[in-house]
Design a binder for this molecule. Structure first.
Ligand code: GLU
Length: 550
């Protein structure tokens, strides 16, 4: 067969050569050891937390080495595409602090010299490489219909042979030039397949950056390179794109490990230098139904979507910090030793990634986030909550804007000291957290160990005791003094020893005041709350509570 002639028949419109394409994608000039990595999602608009994790790991690996992280859109599967699907992904990445150096930035715009960064715009590039493989006798058109492929599969199953299009089963491998020409003239659809030179008894191995050395049988399948519509398969596009775009480290989900033999073969046949691979395990979740573990699922778990974290208002710093704890097990120790350092300073390493799937733990994220938020200034907390509310809770945003100084004062309660309070894990929590400051309580979590009369007595008395200008030091001793006068123990210990001698203890008294003013039993420092509310609001709330108790 004259392969050159066949290539011309299949790709008459392709006049460019692979050499001239290569010339448009020169080697990047980067420092020694710099990694070029990428995130390569389909434009589904949906960013899975596992996708953010993979992108984050790839970005860190690139930036820690002085390299480049880019975003490539893999839209070869039109079924998966949605409108504005790129924007959804770009926003998700940006909102969580992933710094994209190159690639798609919006639906249509990109930056960088190694584009186009959207696969559907690279059609002729793939076809040029495919043509060169046909010329070299390494690829051929296959006209087998779905029924014929099904028939092959059935036979293989019957004879307990490996499934697929390979060796003796690769019927179209041996078509003559004339047969091909006839089929094409008849307008029969065809795909272009690789003529795999692999043999079943050979094995390949590669050193995975996360999983270590992996050994597998060589690829023998004549996999599809170009589909009937001329669009490449993932395998072929991966080899061509990652080569031209200069990817040094392919960091991707470990569902691709089984295809690695195909990829290594393609890189070799195309004369490309193979990238290093690092395969990430999926993020797992405790399965309450089975007691085991399963992948975080887009369908079952709302927390699988990155938008979930943005809507709830988790600060990006906390999410990144959490991702680091599941990425590198030595991160937490480092953080404990360097509480004030930027997480950017951590020596992130691919080789320290866990081989098994990390277990996703929302409680842990909440802890990390509370720790992060409690150290911010009240002004910063105000600014960021307002920013969140402007997108997700406009009523709350209005409230914050029209009460700016008051709101900042609220966020300043028990903040800026040695042991700041950790009430807020996500900006959304601020709605509940601040509620009683803006609205008088309409429900009261009264304790049940005191009678209504006792509570009314406490409130009436306290109204005469509390003064607008008292200091934090004066405040509690005054409550204690009043408690004693009304027949309560001045300390819980005292009460425990002789419960029959008292109506309760000072804690119960403070609790009645707290519930009267806030409706809640659990709040930050009561003195700070009273000071923030102001005297007249305090007084009116006490009156209202007494009315309700009556
Ligand atoms: N588009 C592929 C996916 O979403 C990319 C895999 C890769 O990173 O190479 O799974």
């Amino acid at each position: 067969m004259d392969n050159k002639k066949l290539a011309e028949m299949l790709f008459p419109d392709i006049t460019e050569t692979t050499q001239s394409i290569e010339a448009r994608y020169p080697k990047r000039s980067l420092p020694e050891g710099a990694k070029v990595t990428r995130f390569a999602p389909s434009p589904t608009g949906f960013l899975h937390i596992g996708g953010l994790f993979a992108a984050f790991v790839a970005e860190r690996a690139a930036h820690k080495s002085g390299g480049i992280f880019y975003l490539r859109i893999e839209d070869t599967d039109k079924k998966r595409e949605v409108e504005n699907g790129v924007t959804g992904i770009v926003n998700g990445l940006k909102q969580f602090g992933i710094r994209i150096d190159e690639g798609m930035m919006t639906e249509t715009e990109s930056i960088g010299d190694y584009g186009p960064y959207t696969q559907s715009q690279r059609r002729d590039i793939y076809r040029t490489y495919c043509k060169s493989l046909v010329e070299r006798g390494l690829a051929y058109p296959c006209f087998c219909s779905a029924e014929e492929l099904e028939e092959i599969r059935r036979k293989q199953e019957e004879n307990k042979q490996n499934p697929g299009y390979y060796g003796e089963f690769a019927h179209c491998r041996s078509l003559s030039y004339e047969e091909i020409e006839k089929n094409i003239n008849e307008g029969r659809p065809y795909v272009v397949r690789l003529k795999s030179p692999g043999s079943e008894d050979k094995r390949i191995s590669f050193d995975d950056g996360i999983k270590g050395v992996i050994e597998m049988p060589e690829n023998v399948q004549d996999i599809v390179l170009l589909k009937a519509d001329g669009i490449p398969t993932y395998h072929f596009a991966h080899a061509v794109d990652d080569h031209l775009m200069g990817t040094t480290d392919v960091i991707r989900g470990d569902e691709w490990i089984s295809s690695a033999p195909i990829h290594l073969q393609l890189f070799s046949l195309l004369g490309f230098k193979t990238p290093r691979y690092a395969h990430i395990s999926p993020i797992m979740k405790e399965d309450t139904e089975t007691g085991g573990k399963r992948k975080l699922s887009k369908r079952k778990d709302p927390e699988a979507a990155v938008t979930y974290y943005h809507e709830a208002g988790y600060p990006k710093e906390a999410v990144l910090e959490y991702l680091l704890t599941i990425a590198n097990s030595n991160y937490e120790e480092w953080r404990a030793a360097n509480p004030d350092a930027s997480e950017d300073d951590f020596d992130f390493r691919l080789s320290n990634m866990s081989k098994a799937g990390a277990l996703f733990d929302l409680l842990k994220l909440n802890d990390i986030s509370k720790n992060y938020i409690c150290r911010l200034s009240k002004e910063e907390v105000y600014r960021r909550i307002l920013e969140w509310a402007e997108s997700y809770d406009t009523d709350f945003a209005e409230l914050l804007k029209s009460n700016r100084d008051y709101a900042i004062r609220i966020f300043g309660i028990e903040r800026g000291n040695e042991k700041p309070r950790k009430d807020i894990a996500k900006w959304q929590d601020a709605v509940f957290y601040t509620k009683y400051f803006f609205f008088r309580p309409d429900e009261y979590e009264w304790q049940d160990n005191l009678s209504k009369e006792d509570m009314i007595e406490i409130l009436r008395t306290y109204k005469t005791v509390y003064k607008a200008d008292e200091t934090g030091e004066e405040w509690f001793p005054k409550v204690r003094e009043m408690a004693e006068k009304l027949g309560y123990a001045k300390a819980p210990k005292l009460y425990k020893k002789n419960p029959d001698d008292f109506k309760g203890h000072v804690g119960d008294v403070a609790s009645v005041i707290r519930v009267a003013v806030t409706g809640r039993r659990n709040t930050p420092d009561l003195y700070e709350i009273l000071q923030t509310l102001g005297y007249s609001e305090f007084s009116e709330r006490i009156d209202k509570a007494i009315e309700i108790l009556k």
